[in-house]
Design a protein around this ligand. Structure first.
Ligand SMILES: O=C(CO)COP(=O)(O)O
Length: 120
């Protein structure tokens, strides 16, 4: 069983809800964390139980980053919107940096998320 963080920017939340629904059985084998709004969408779409952190712009990405530093996350699935500027871009960058630094699985699109979920 792995600990997985789930995040999606606003334009990607429909994709995340659909991906989580399509992979609900596999995801249910793991311990799930999500930023606030993303987590609500996943819960509504799938009924999966997960821990909801703060919303991204209010520190949810930073909370996931701290969990990486503390060794509490094995993987992140983060459906990033590459076409929209974010007020909390520094937090997104920090999360990306920490996932890289601590060498955890980090999927930022659906194809990679499929591969990661198949591997853990
Ligand atoms: O903004 C986010 C990631 O940077 C996601 O946060 P929410 O899931 O709360 O929308």
């Amino acid at each position: 069983m792995a600990s997985i963080g789930l995040v999606a920017h606003d334009d990607k939340k429909d994709d995340m809800a659909a991906w989580a629904l399509a992979n609900a059985e596999r995801l249910s084998r793991h311990t799930l964390f999500a930023t606030g709004t993303t987590g609500g969408r996943i819960e509504a779409a799938t009924g999966l139980s997960l821990t909801r952190l703060k919303s991204g712009p209010l520190g949810g990405d930073a909370q996931l980053g701290a969990m990486i530093v503390e060794g509490k996350l094995d993987a992140i699935v983060f459906f990033i919107d590459p076409l929209t500027a974010m007020p909390h871009d520094v937090d997104v960058k920090a999360l990306t940096r920490l996932a890289t630094l601590y060498d955890i699985l980090f999927a930022c699109n659906k194809s990679t998320a499929d591969a990661v979920l198949a591997a853990i």
